[in-house]
Design a protein around this ligand. Structure first.
Ligand SMILES: Cc1cc2nc3c(=O)[nH]c(=O)nc-3n(C[C@H](O)[C@H](O)[C@H](O)COP(=O)(O)O)c2cc1C
Length: 336
């Protein structure tokens, strides 16, 4: 018996796919989605995802082992496709029998989906366009996350509500699709489920949970912030395409402008190739997020946060947040 029967009925396919009680993923957040938060999410009936980010294979190995020690529930691992050791990281997942691998940050390189499927794991992909989504789902992707520009971290150009209208009618009957970006309350979850989503993914809402190791000052910055404080980074040089990142505005926002100029100058001088230039930018973000989320330097670091940050007002255990989301969804569906 579930306390949320209407929500559970709409989430059934997503929950079966994930092997969790509820089809609510906590999207991988670099530095923040480590063993403690991931295990707490999965233990609360959701689906936690380890953010591999820039970790080495050895570090990922330790993180997966540490997570397994804290939960016997299913969880996933998020790998960034441009990581230079992607195939070694996949092998680490295979040795641990990881059941779900999320490939983020770009089109999966040749052979990566196959390498994951070889050890029986399910592959979750992102796609910015419907055409690419169809291609990835027909060539081995088992489920899709569509993520709108309201989200925290790296973002695309289109809002969640528009992506949902475009992708769900075309894909949701045949495929498992999760909706992410800007979700802060259960009423929104109910809406996307009714549109055909199999489940949802949230990041910002869980980043400041009690179990999150994020620095207390990072959490305080979230509690103080409004939706309009979570702004997208701006590309300063047309020759250097950077993926926009949504974060709370601070001095770090200005540092990023300076960093782009520095990398663009190296590009102009022929000292780096475009691929390396983009990798430098990504390393910059990883370092800046660590400074804020782990070291607590909320002035100069990156406070990656989505627009739902205005709905994050205090530190609460994951289980409390999860139950509230489900209760809100259930109440909304019951009122229909
Ligand atoms: C602090 C932070 C760090 C993030 N890091 C990553 C990451 O390393 N890899 C990734 O695929 N997504 C990352 N994301 C995106 C989340 O996984 C999730 O999809 C997103 O937060 C959902 O939107 P929301 O923030 O509006 O809930 C990050 C988000 C935040 C807020």
């Amino acid at each position: 018996m579930t306390a949320y029967p209407k929500t559970a009925a709409l989430m059934r396919r997503g929950a079966e796919f994930l092997g969790s009680e509820h089809a609510i993923l906590c999207g991988a957040m670099s530095w923040v989605s480590e063993r403690n938060l991931v295990a707490a999410i999965s233990n609360a009936g959701g689906f936690g995802v380890i953010a591999c980010g820039a970790m080495t294979p050895d570090l990922l190995d330790a993180e997966i082992a540490g997570t397994k020690a804290l939960t016997d529930k299913p969880f996933g691992v998020n790998l960034i496709t441009m990581h230079p050791d992607l195939f070694d990281l996949i092998a680490v997942c295979g040795r641990h029998g990881v059941t779900h691998v999320v490939l983020a940050g770009g089109i999966p390189p040749k052979g990566s989906v196959e390498a994951i499927k070889e050890f029986g794991a399910k592959v979750i992909v992102f796609a910015p366009t419907l055409a690419l989504a169809k291609k990835l789902l027909r060539s081995g992707g088992d489920a899709l996350v569509i993520e709108g520009m309201e989200a925290g971290g790296h973002i695309g150009p289109v809002a969640t509500g528009v992506l949902a209208q475009e992708f769900l009618p075309a894909l949701a009957e045949e495929f498992v699709v999760f909706v992410a970006g800007g979700i802060g309350r259960g009423e929104a979850i109910a809406g996307f489920l009714e549109m055909g989503a199999s489940g949802v993914q949230l990041g910002t809402r869980f980043a400041c949970a009690t179990e999150s190791i994020a620095h207390p000052d990072f959490k305080k910055a979230f509690f103080r912030a409004n939706a309009r404080d979570a702004v997208a980074s701006v590309q300063v040089d047309p020759r250097l395409p950077v993926i926009p990142v949504r974060a709370l505005k601070n001095k770090g926002t200005e540092h990023f402008t300076a960093k782009q100029r520095e990398v663009a100058a190296l590009l102009d001088a022929g000292e780096v190739e475009m691929g390396d230039a983009q990798l430098q930018i990504e390393r910059y973000w990883a370092g800046a997020l660590r400074r804020a989320a782990i070291d607590g330097d909320i002035e100069n670091g990156s406070l990656m946060a989505g627009q739902s940050v205005g709905m994050v007002t205090s530190e609460e255990p994951v289980a409390v947040i999860m139950d509230r989301l489900l209760a809100e969804s259930e109440a909304a569906l019951s009122r229909r």
